[in-house]
Write a new protein. Structure first.
Length: 246
């Protein structure tokens, strides 16, 4: 199944331009609530000086991937950090956590405040167990991404334990990302459920289907299909999953 960028649910307010691959908030479609173990894939642009005020989460593994600008994370467990492009970041909400996410321009750090929006993709999967201790992890993986290959960003899969940047508490799911140079051909993971999101640029899926920025493909038992980046290259996010929500 191909989901075009223009077909996604949209939330547009003065400070936020958000597009949702699945039902989210007031947007509900009973036929589009998840794929595999992926519940949320939101493509967000947050204006300078604004962001998400402190709010709660529970029993969710939340991975945030920044495409441009930077995002400040703060939570009730004392974790804080600036998330920027190429930084793998995960928050485990566990038995309950409060956090905020703000465009980095809301801070003044001794130099002129940034004025650009922050563009990021936030993705949620259910953990293996409820009520776990909340947690936070981040790691810069720009050097691996710049090699142009697919990189394991966040995973709970045993097959990824020696190559993942950060770990999520879900043993049946993993996120792979790639900054693909022009015309690069890469084979995607082979999994029962594969969610391919094109964050930037465009790719052509083996067989001829072209996806542009904001488009997604939901593939079942794909058998390791290949994608080829367009003339401007592409940045892709790929969830490989071995179970589906019941």
């Amino acid at each position: 199944m191909i989901q075009r960028a223009s077909d996604r649910f949209a939330t547009e307010v003065s400070w936020l331009d958000s597009h949702h691959c699945f039902s989210f908030g007031p947007h509900y479609d009973p036929t589009n609530t998840h794929f595999g173990l992926l519940l949320v894939s939101n493509d967000d642009v947050v204006a300078a000086g604004t962001g998400f005020d402190t709010h709660p989460h529970r029993d969710m593994e939340i991975v945030t991937w920044v495409l441009s600008g930077s995002l400040v994370h703060q939570d009730s467990e004392g974790n804080n950090g600036v998330i920027y492009p190429g930084l793998a970041q995960r928050m485990s909400a566990g038995r309950g956590i409060l956090h905020s996410e703000k465009n980095d321009s809301w801070r003044v750090t001794g130099s002129p405040a940034h004025t650009e929006p922050v563009h990021f993709v936030q993705m949620w999967v259910i953990p293996d167990s409820s009520g776990i201790k909340p947690g936070y992890e981040q790691l810069d993986i720009n050097s691996q991404l710049d090699a142009g290959e697919l990189v394991v960003v966040a995973s709970g899969l045993d097959q990824h334990k020696d190559e993942r940047a950060i770990r999520i508490q879900q043993s049946q799911a993993g996120l792979v990302a790639g900054r693909l140079p022009a015309a690069a051909r890469r084979t995607l993971p082979d999994a029962p459920f594969l969610h391919l999101f094109v964050a930037r640029g465009d790719v052509t899926i083996e067989g001829g289907q072209r996806l542009s920025a904001g488009d997604a493909a939901r593939l079942r038992d794909s058998g390791g299909v290949a994608v080829t980046a367009g003339a401007a290259g592409a940045e892709i996010l790929v969830w490989q999953m071995y179970a589906e929500l019941g």
